[in-house]
Design a protein around this ligand. Structure first.
Ligand code: DAH
Length: 373
């Protein structure tokens, strides 16, 4: 039944509340039932016409009301007006998709017209590579941990066996947060330069045995060029248990390389140095572009610089000095051993997809990104 403004005789708070609630419900029901532009116009006039529209009629009741009820009635009326305005706006947005032209909504539908193609997003190639690597490790029973991008000196350096003033810190091209000088060194903030700090954060919280991978963003003071970006991504790995050996490290990382780049690739471990692992190594994979020959036909192979090998990560056995920092949580270096590794995800994506400039990943050009959709 169409709504009519009730003749008010009872001005109690409760009765006013009900009267205005009824009006709101009626307004909403009528609006929802509209199916054509014509109906919309009639509806609008019925409620909002200055002369004798329903809102005006309700307004007139205000004049007839006893003095004591005027204030409360006025407040209700303002509430109703606001409600009507908001409902009308919401409804407009809903039916028009923002076009403001109601005829668009009410025109008859031509089913032979092509539909509206909605662009669907795609995983960014770096995130895709990151997820792929993480899933290789998940299948081996690793779980995923994350940590803060703004990190303290303690986690980024000290607990990873980079003593204060040690030259190994220079390799990290750190971006420090300004104005931290009044704090003790270990509390000073910086942008983490690697995902390795999450090794310590995790060992502080979880007792051995652990097997974890840690994906995330890292920052370094490197000016952007084809192979450098001040922000990039790493995946860290850590396995700690009794009797973990370098053989476990090699087997695990060799498996990862084959899953990622194909079962034909070979791996090679060359001695290296990282403060938090001893011994340390860099893992190389045989170049899956040129098959290890260093040549592509008559052309030199660029990704492997004609060597037939590509370096893909750093790794090693966790240094006992690192365990000392978390000894109280069950990481006694005499009882447990472990291996760790860290790799650049963006670099892996570059290799996997044959991209020749890391900047392409970050300047948001859809023509580039679409190719991975
Ligand atoms: N954190 C090192 C870096 O960013 C990479 C790394 C090397 C991580 C060896 C490790 C590792 O866990 O064992 O330069």
């Amino acid at each position: 039944m169409a709504y009519i403004v009730p003749e008010l005789t009872d001005y109690s708070a409760q009765s006013l509340l009900k009267a205005f609630a009824d009006a709101k419900l009626a307004f909403r029901d009528e609006m929802r039932a509209i199916t054509s532009e014509q109906e919309w116009k009639a509806f609008r006039d019925r409620w909002m016409a200055r002369k004798n529209g329903l809102v005006t009629q309700i307004n007139d009741q205000l004049k007839a009301a006893p003095k004591e009820a005027k204030r409360e009635l006025g407040q209700h009326l303002n509430g109703l007006k606001q409600f009507i305005e908001k409902e009308t706006n919401d409804w407009h947005e809903f039916v028009e998709g923002g076009t403001r032209d109601l005829s668009v909504h009410f025109q008859s539908v031509d089913i032979t017209l092509p539909g509206i193609r909605r662009p669907i997003g795609a995983e960014h190639p770096v995130i895709k590579t990151l997820n792929e690597i993480v899933s290789i490790f998940r299948k081996l029973g690793y779980s995923v941990r994350e940590g803060p991008v703004i990190e303290t000196d303690y986690y980024n350096f000290e607990a990873l066996n980079f003593p204060p003033d040690h030259p190994a810190r220079d390799t990290q091209d750190t971006l420090f947060i300004a104005g931290q000088e009044s704090k003790p060194l270990r509390e000073r903030l910086l942008l983490r330069t690697h995902t390795s700090p999450v090794q310590i954060r995790t060992m502080e919280n979880i007792k051995p045995p652990i097997r974890i991978v840690i994906p995330g963003k890292v920052h370094r003071n490197d000016p952007p060029d084809a192979s450098h970006s001040p922000m990039f991504h790493q995946i860290e790995g850590l396995a700690v248990d009794t009797n973990i050996t370098f053989g476990d490290l090699k087997g695990t990382l060799d498996h990862m390389a084959k899953e990622l780049f194909g079962s034909g690739v070979k791996t090679q471990f060359r001695p290296s140095f990282f403060p938090f692992t001893e011994p340390s190594a860099e893992m190389y994979v045989s170049c899956f572009i040129c098959g290890g020959s260093g040549m592509r036909g008559a052309e030199p192979c660029r990704p492997c610089k004609q060597t037939g090998w590509i370096e893909i990560l750093g790794c090693g056995m966790v240094d006992p000095n690192v365990f000392e920092f978390v000894k109280d949580n069950g990481y006694d270096p005499k009882k447990v051993s472990g291996f760790a590794f860290g790799m650049g995800v963006d670099r892996m994506a570059i290799l996997k997809y044959g991209v020749d400039d890391i900047q392409l990943f970050f300047n948001g050009d859809v023509r580039f990104l679409q190719q991975f959709g």
